[in-house]
Design a protein around this ligand. Structure first.
Ligand code: APR
Length: 171
């Protein structure tokens, strides 16, 4: 099942939540900062030991004080106008996260809108990629949740989910 909601992802009770990290796994602002603040220092320590995650890839850690069991840290692309492989890299970030969750036997997963904050990816295009990736992996999970941080994001996700784009874009 695919669902969209407006919330703070740090409060999610999905088995795994996904973080929009940077390649150095150093933490930052946005959802990354919020997740590390809520999870506590043990997660940052684990990230330090892992050390790096390339754009489009994903790594997994424990979830510290969060309700979730695990955190997947993925790195989306920085938007540079769309001609630098950004759509493929964003798809890769979602797919890598799904594959890692699947490999760890995790059955419910919650995503923020990766790359659409500091990294500047246009929100509608990013939502289409996020939801199309979800369709690909729907059968492997009990629930795939997209957690929007604003009403505007929620409207974009709901609109995309209910449109043809949500069912098939990017495939
Ligand atoms: N819950 C859910 N979504 C959130 C939360 C939260 N608590 N906080 C922010 N967001 C949303 C933002 O509104 C945006 O839609 O997450 C989306 C992604 O924004 P960013 O966190 O800025 O992530 P991104 O654009 O991928 O940039 C990653 O920012 O924080 C740094 O370390 C991070 O360098 C990396 C970069």
């Amino acid at each position: 099942m695919i669902s969209v909601k407006r919330d703070d992802i740090t409060r999610e009770d999905a088995e795994v939540i996904v973080n929009a990290a940077n390649a150095g796994l150093r933490g930052g602002g946005g959802v990354d900062g919020a997740i590390h603040r809520a999870a506590g220092p043990s997660v940052m320590e684990e990230c330090r030991q892992i050390g790096h995650c390339a754009t489009g890839c994903a790594v997994i850690t424990q979830a510290g004080k969060l309700k979730a069991k695990r955190i997947i840290h993925t790195v989306g692309p920085v938007w540079k106008g769309g001609t630098h492989g950004e759509p493929q890299l964003l798809r890769d970030a979602y797919r890598s996260s799904f594959l890692l969750a699947k490999r760890h036997g995790l059955r419910s997963i919650a995503f923020p809108a990766i790359s659409t904050g500091v990294y500047g990816y246009p929100k509608k295009e990013a939502a289409a990629i996020a939801l199309a990736a979800g369709r690909e992996f729907e059968k492997d999970f009990d629930e795939i949740r997209y957690v929007c941080f604003s009403d505007e994001d929620l409207e974009i996700y709901q609109g995309t989910l209910n449109s043809k784009a949500g069912a098939g874009a990017g495939q």
